[in-house]
Design a protein around this ligand. Structure first.
Ligand code: PGA
Length: 268
């Protein structure tokens, strides 16, 4: 926890639907998830594909489930065929996943680009979830922590280069790449150590006052069965959920477990 004298960090469960659902079934799924996860104290976010955004926003209008996007372009407007920018989605969404490993892998996004996307989030009122995480080779070679620290430092350097500040409401998701969509999960203790390293890196970069308040989520094959391992760790503030976020029962179990952590933090 961030310390006895501070307000507890929020508990956040964010579903990343990736390239799944169509507008019609997205609305139904969002509605069903909202109904099955109405647990006090848990911040719920659903990130559908862009094309499903309006349908999901409408479906969730009477709920307190927030809607996010899975990416934004680094520029606000311009000649970027097929792209979607922060001001375009800001009227619909309030959160944005930035630097997901699938985009780093498939679109070649690097840490500097990710830094500029974070700044767009701040500019247009989107709360960013910055994804970091090591490859399996890094972990096997004992380089996992150095890799994550380097990702963060490069992103922070880019923000400093353009003389801007890290968004105040930043959330970080630690997602070991080898755990995403594989059914493998990190150990809770390793995820906790990484959350501590992330906060230490932010503090060392001069965002010390805020570093202890930055929520750190775990992501990578989170299910209703696996979530306890992570939420048992005081350094972990929730989860970024891929595959299981498409299943109502799974989300119900995950958010129910998150509710226990949220209640315990409020009572502490
Ligand atoms: P997964 O995806 O839960 O399907 O492993 C997590 C993510 O990519 O955020």
């Amino acid at each position: 926890m961030s310390g006895r004298h501070n307000a507890p960090r929020p508990v956040i469960i964010c579903g990343n639907w990736k390239m799944n659902t169509t507008p019609l079934d997205a609305a139904m799924l969002a509605n069903d998830i909202a109904g099955a996860t109405d647990v006090p104290g848990v911040t719920r976010v659903i990130c559908p594909p862009f094309i499903c955004l309006q349908a999901v926003v409408t479906a969730l209008a009477d709920t307190d489930v927030a809607v996010g996007v899975q990416n934004i372009h680094a520029e606000p407007f311009g000649a970027y065929t097929g792209e979607v920018s922060a001001p375009m989605v800001a009227q619909l969404a309030s959160w944005a996943i930035i630097g997901h490993s699938e985009r780093r892998r498939d679109q070649g996004e690097d840490d500097a680009l990710v830094g500029r996307k974070l700044l767009r989030c701040a500019e247009f009122g989107l709360r960013p979830i910055l994804c970091v995480g090591e490859q399996i080779d890094d972990r096997q070679a004992g380089r996992a922590e150095a890799t994550v620290r380097r990702q963060l430092e490069r992103t922070l350097n880019e923000i400093e280069r353009v003389a801007a500040r890290l968004p105040e409401d930043l959330v970080i998701a630690y997602e070991p790449v080898w755990a995403i969509g594989t059914g493998l999960t990190a150990r809770g203790s390793d995820a906790s150590a990484m959350a501590q390293l992330i906060r230490d890196t932010l503090a060392a970069a001069g965002v010390a006052a805020k570093a202890s308040h930055v929520p750190v989520l775990y992501g990578g094959s989170v299910t209703s069965a696996a979530i306890d391992e992570f939420l048992a760790e005081p350094e972990i503030d929730g989860a970024l959920v891929g595959g299981a976020s498409l299943k109502v029962d799974e989300m119900a179990g995950i958010v129910a477990r998150a509710g226990i952590t949220a209640a315990a933090r409020q009572a502490a």
